[in-house]
Ligand binder design. Structure first.
Ligand code: ZN
Ligand code: ZN
Length: 477
């Protein structure tokens, strides 16, 4: 078995050797030192498709948090599948072995917390491996200048630095395919639910300049190690309207956030907003933390994407809006190193945000809507069953229920109407918009998409109670 071979490089080495199958690049040291060539080597490794690691040389006498922050700032966003390593060989550092070990463990834990999608490991010498405890976080990279692949330790190891002459040379404990499979396993993200519907064409994103954003009143905090996306709604009354009004609404949200007396936001809180027409509006944008309120620690690990959607008024996202949100999620995954999670604001914090209908979409894996044309996916039988089983209405005579349903159609302008000319009581309900309002309210309360409602009706798992207001009592004609 040919072990995968690679190198670890710092500013002392000018380049990454041509035959490298992996490379671990020095990024930083102590609380301030940064490698001049780090980004160039990192970018070269990425463009060559070599398995890549980033390492930090610990000064155990320093405040550990300062070293963690320094390293995270230097490496920034790190895609899942790249490795993060602590170089632990505190020779000559004025600390006892126990204190050095504590610093090592604190660094490993803090970096793992910041980069949960990356493997975090330890580099050390055999000498120091015997002087410290056996915590190497996710993997051990051991230095012992003997035959490649035969370090003189009992513990399991992943990498072996077997010589430092003429270059720091390493092997992986497996083939290059094994190595790729190992790092790839850490990188594998849950698949998004099915891809774009044929009828959706992603509109251009509206930049801050285009929507007339005010300049931020302070600086942003960089985002590192984002676990993924959190979806929000406006949390206030909102009415869908013409797209020509959307930029003004986003400006209004920004103004309200910047005037918020308790949050002290420097800008609109969200990284991105998506209107009901499916258009994305740039908020704080890529690579910076949101200002989403509530639990600051929780929110610091997710980008915040807000749907222009009300807690009252227009409360069910449009298909275009779901497509726009999905576009935003894909954008942040590809261009801002967002991890695989898709959550709602209510996850981990006491809030209704982002509302039932949108949260159910989040739980479903943020799928593209099935079809833009499928505005009325209910069969007549579905609707009949829904009304009979789920809507509690008194004094409706049997003839109401027994009458064939009118043909309910959604008009081109989005309103609900009918064809035919039935004069029966049930038809009166529909025509007065009572049925529609109650039905849509029920749908929003249970937080399901129309497709899920239909499925739930079909398999009998849906149980909703809706009380029809007295005004809805039919006239009995
Ligand atoms: Zn929210
Ligand atoms: Zn719009």
């Amino acid at each position: 078995m040919a072990l995968a071979h690679g190198y670890d490089v710092s500013d002392y080495q000018g380049s990454i050797p041509d035959d490298a199958e992996f490379v671990i690049v020095k990024a930083s040291e102590g609380a301030r030192t940064e490698q001049a060539d780090y980004t160039a080597k990192r970018d070269e490794a990425r463009s060559r498709g070599i398995v890549l690691g980033h390492y930090h040389f610990l000064h155990a006498e320093n405040d550990v948090q300062g070293e963690v922050d320094h390293f995270c700032r230097v490496v920034g966003n790190v895609p899942a599948g790249e490795l993060l390593v602590l170089d632990f060989e505190p020779y000559g550092q004025p600390v006892a072995d126990g204190a050095a070990t504590a610093a090592k463990n604190a660094w490993l834990a803090a970096v793992k917390a910041r980069y949960p999608n990356n493997r975090v490991g330890l580099y050390t010498s055999v000498d120091w491996w015997h002087r410290t405890d056996d915590n190497a976080a996710d993997f051990l990279w051991i230095a012992d200048y003997v035959a490649a692949g035969s370090p003189r330790i009992q513990a399991a190891w992943r990498f072996h630095q077997w010589t430092d002459s003429p270059l720091d040379s390493d092997v992986y404990n497996g083939t290059v395919d094994d190595l790729r499979a190992w790092v790839g396993a850490a990188a594998s993200a849950p698949a998004l639910a099915p891809g774009p519907s044929a009828s959706w064409t992603t509109p251009a994103r509206v930049t801050r300049d285009q929507w007339g954003a005010a300049a931020p009143s302070g600086s942003y905090t960089p985002m590192t190690g984002a676990l993924g996306i959190k979806i929000h709604y406006l949390g206030e009354d909102y009415q869908f309207s013409d797209h020509s009004t959307c930029a003004a609404y986003v400006r209004k949200v920004q103004a309200a956030h910047m005037a918020n007396p308790s949050e002290h936001w420097v800008d609109i809180a969200y990284n991105e907003l998506v209107c009901e027409h499916g258009v994305r509006f740039e908020g704080r944008g890529h690579d910076v933390r949101s200002g989403a309120n509530g639990d600051q620690t929780l929110n610091s690990q997710h980008y915040a994407i807000c749907a222009l959607l009300g807690s009252t008024g227009s409360t069910t996202p449009t298909d275009a809006q779901l497509n726009g949100l999905r576009d935003a999620i894909e954008d942040y995954r590809h261009n801002a190193a967002a991890g695989p999670e898709i959550k709602g604001h209510r996850d981990g914090y006491s809030t209704d945000c982002p509302g039932g209908p949108l949260y159910s979409w989040v739980l479903a894996g943020a799928p593209r809507p099935a079809s833009q044309e499928d505005d009325m996916p209910f069969t007549e039988a579905d609707i009949r069953r829904f009304i009979r089983e789920e809507v509690t209405a008194t004094a409706l005579p049997d003839q109401v229920w027994n009458h064939p349903l009118p043909n309910i159609v959604k008009q081109a302008d989005g309103s609900w109407g009918r064809d035919g000319s039935s004069k029966e009581a049930f038809w009166w309900l529909v025509w007065q918009d009572v049925f529609h309002a109650q039905f849509m309210d029920a749908v929003s309360k249970v937080g399901l998409t129309p497709e899920q409602i239909r499925q739930a009706l079909a398999d009998g798992t849906l149980h909703v109670q809706v009380t029809v207001a007295p005004a809805a009592t039919p006239k009995g004609n």
